[in-house]
Design a binder for this molecule. Structure first.
Ligand SMILES: O=C(O)CCC(=O)C(=O)O
Ligand SMILES: [Fe+2]
Length: 285
């Protein structure tokens, strides 16, 4: 077994860990190294894995409870904890969700208890395109002008899944409307605009174009102008890491201090299939 080794991408966000086989039970030292590398790099790739579905689930479970996604029609047939992301259509039926996350967002920020982490396992990837972009929301917060920090201090914002889902239907027409039950499961929620990471104690900006509808207590136009200003600042390419996928990559990211976006750029003939699982976090403060 080779030595466990952590390498940064060169930025404040993004890193990779080699010398770990996630198909075998992890030793305590490996578990601690993965956890620390995730806190340090925000987005961690563990490449060249060959996993059974249960190995991937066991990997996710180490970080906390796993949460089945609201779009149950795309769950893995045998494991509801896994949602399938795929552009492959088999016998006229999509193997998974084909238009997930093509906008900046933090996973499950639309839930009262949002996601701590998300992990993807790459089964099929296009040679070019299909990258996932990530942004460091600690840095986005830390580099805001003092006047903006003072302005957003103590503010809260409304996040909504149905609002996003309806915009995706308008745009792509491939999505089914939310069922009544799915709609009931995702009421609007309110979170602080700046949250404190419960493990590192650092502050991070916690609004995103995907799910943040409105700043509480502001007129619509003022809220939109402030959010637009924050989003332009946060998506500065300097704060970003771009992940180009290889088959066998397991990538896990910390949603408490990052946003991400699928970047597209591949044709329907190029298959892209990833398994995804989501680890439940804690109420933001
Ligand atoms: O497919 C991707 O690149 C990202 C999808 C996404 O947003 C997610 O899995 O949370
Ligand atoms: Fe996402």
């Amino acid at each position: 077994m080779s030595q466990i080794s952590f390498k940064r991408s060169g930025n404040t966000i993004g890193g990779s860990l080699t010398g770990v086989d996630l198909s075998a039970p992890l030793k305590d030292a490996e578990r601690a190294a993965i956890h620390q590398a995730l806190l340090d790099s925000i987005v961690l790739c563990i490449p060249a894995q060959q996993l059974e579905t249960r190995d991937f689930i066991a990997f996710g479970r180490q970080f906390g409870e796993l949460e089945p996604h609201v779009l149950s029609q795309y769950h893995h047939p045998a494991h509801a904890e896994i949602i399938v992301l795929s552009n492959v259509v088999e016998n006229g039926k999509p193997r998974g969700i084909s238009d997930g996350g093509a906008y900046w967002h933090s996973d499950l920020s639309y839930m009262a208890v949002p996601a701590l982490a998300t992990a993807l396992y790459a089964l099929e990837v296009p040679e070019t395109g299909g990258d996932t972009l990530f942004v460091d929301m600690y840095r986005a917060y830390e580099t805001l002008p003092d006047a903006t920090k003072a302005r957003i201090d103590g503010l809260t914002a409304i996040h909504s899944y149905a609002w996003r889902h309806n915009r995706m239907i308008d745009k792509n027409k491939v999505r089914a409307k939310l069922t009544d039950a799915q709609f009931q499961c995702t009421p609007e929620v309110v979170h602080p605009v700046v949250r404190t990471h419960p493990e590192t104690g650092r502050k991070a900006l916690y609004v995103n174009p995907g799910f943040t509808m409105r700043i509480v207590g502001m007129e619509k136009d003022d809220s939109e102008a402030l959010l637009a200003e924050l989003f332009v600042h946060a998506t500065n390419p300097e704060f970003q890491y771009r992940h180009h996928w290889s088959v066998g990559d397991v990538v896990i990211w910390d949603n408490r201090c990052s946003m991400h976006s699928a970047s597209g750029g591949y044709t329907p003939e190029q298959h892209r299939t990833l398994y995804r699982l989501t680890v439940t976090g804690t109420v933001p403060y």
